[in-house]
Write a protein that binds this ligand. Structure first.
Ligand SMILES: Cc1ncc(COP(=O)(O)O)c(C=O)c1O
Length: 374
């Protein structure tokens, strides 16, 4: 065996020994309690038909965008979509990215300069960590959702300060005290960059996000909304001032050096937002599903407090989590098994995502299974 093959095999064996080995499996016919399709948009026949009609209306639509937006990949359709989305979210301007990963990578790698400071919640998503690592700014972490810990870091921060947070944390499903953070940011003249990946479509009027729910649009420096979760499509938009948009177009490498999203992808985003506009009750309906799950657990002291569709129940230890995961799978439920080191040791959990399309009966049956392990 060559030395690189030996290295790969030994790394894989280590993962297997620690119950951390991942494999790809095709989607199953289990009941979906794990995807990010909170509103069911990605499987909506109504949306599928609307997208087909939109494509048919544009007789000359192209399969691919043919290049970066700065070269041949831009269209009036993309510009109109950005303007419409920025208006919907009460932002001055917006810039589309091909994914949430690209948006966060692009922003955090190019905005903070040498001598500036990035302060991140310790549970921030990997793409923000990766973006920050590409920047020459100083980096600090603060304890999860802890204003005191954030202030300690703000006191020692230099240059332009960027605070990176999420409106809903993807593993715990919880949210920050955004009002308190805005007050602190104002006190230290810091700029909040908030990733609304899991808040988009879920919180705020018509699913405009947590920032809009709290009326803080003018107090937040940048918002990232992704389209791969409740919006049911793919891609992301970064929103803020017009100057921010211009800066990103000129400096964000994950925007500049990649082929723009194709037309059919933009059409899917446009029509999903149209649906959000048309159906203001979706967010309340989703909250009712979440409540049904939470209120029927016999013991909820292992449930991490969350008002989002992400509900995590802690079963310490990778082996324990896998045992419950397999048992739920055998009963027909697809949930997430989140192990350490993705989460801290002792906080391994089953992660349940609730959706509008989960019937009340499916939720009752899932909770009944869960209750046997609590
Ligand atoms: C909080 C958060 N931010 C960003 C992303 C990345 O978004 P995308 O899947 O569109 O690349 C994810 C998805 O995993 C996420 O959970």
């Amino acid at each position: 065996m060559s030395s690189i093959e030996k290295f790969l095999t030994s790394q894989i064996n280590k993962l297997k020994d620690n119950h951390l080995f991942r494999t790809l499996s095709a989607n199953s016919d289990l009941v979906d309690f794990s995807s990010n399709d909170y509103l069911g948009f990605s499987r909506s026949n109504l949306l599928k038909n609307a997208i087909e009609e939109e494509l048919a209306k544009q007789a000359s639509w192209m399969i691919g965008s043919t290049g970066s937006r700065l070269i041949s990949g831009n269209t009036q359709y993309a510009i109109d979509l950005e303007n419409d989305l920025a208006k919907f979210h009460n932002a001055e301007a917006g810039l589309l990215f091909n994914s949430g990963y690209d948006a966060n990578l692009g922003i955090f790698s190019c905005l903070p300069q040498k001598g500036d400071t990035i302060i991140l919640d310790e549970k921030i998503h990997a793409c923000i960590i990766d973006g920050s690592r590409l920047s020459y700014a100083n980096r600090y972490k603060f304890r999860h959702n802890d204003l005191g810990s954030l202030e300690q870091k703000l006191k020692i921060a230099k240059g332009n300060i960027f605070i990176g947070i999420e409106s809903v944390y993807s593993m715990d499903g919880d949210s920050p005290d955004l009002v308190g953070m805005v007050e602190l940011a104002e006190k230290y003249e810091a700029n909040i960059v908030i990733d609304e990946a899991h808040g988009a479509g879920v919180f705020g009027p018509n699913g405009k996000g947590l920032v809009s729910e709290l009326g803080l649009e003018k107090k937040i420096f940048a918002r990232i909304h992704t389209f791969g979760k409740a919006i049911g499509a793919h891609g992301a938009i970064a929103m803020g001032s017009k100057a921010l948009r211009d800066f990103l177009i000129n400096h964000s490498r994950s925007f500049i050096y990649t082929t723009a999203a194709p037309f059919h992808s933009l059409a899917a985003i446009k029509l999903a937002y149209k649906e959000l506009n048309k159906q203001p009750q979706l967010q309340t309906d989703l909250q009712n599903k979440i409540l049904l799950f939470k209120s029927n657990l016999v013991k909820n002291n292992r449930l991490i407090e969350s008002y989002s569709p992400i509900q995590s129940v802690v079963f310490s230890g990778n082996e324990n989590v896998l045992k419950v995961y397999e048992a739920l799978k055998n009963k027909g439920f697809n949930v997430g098994a989140v192990r350490s080191p993705t989460v801290a040791k002792g906080m391994e959990r089953i992660r349940v995502c609730l959706h509008l399309f989960n019937s009340d009966d499916e939720i009752y049956r899932l909770v009944n299974e869960f209750n046997q392990y609590l």
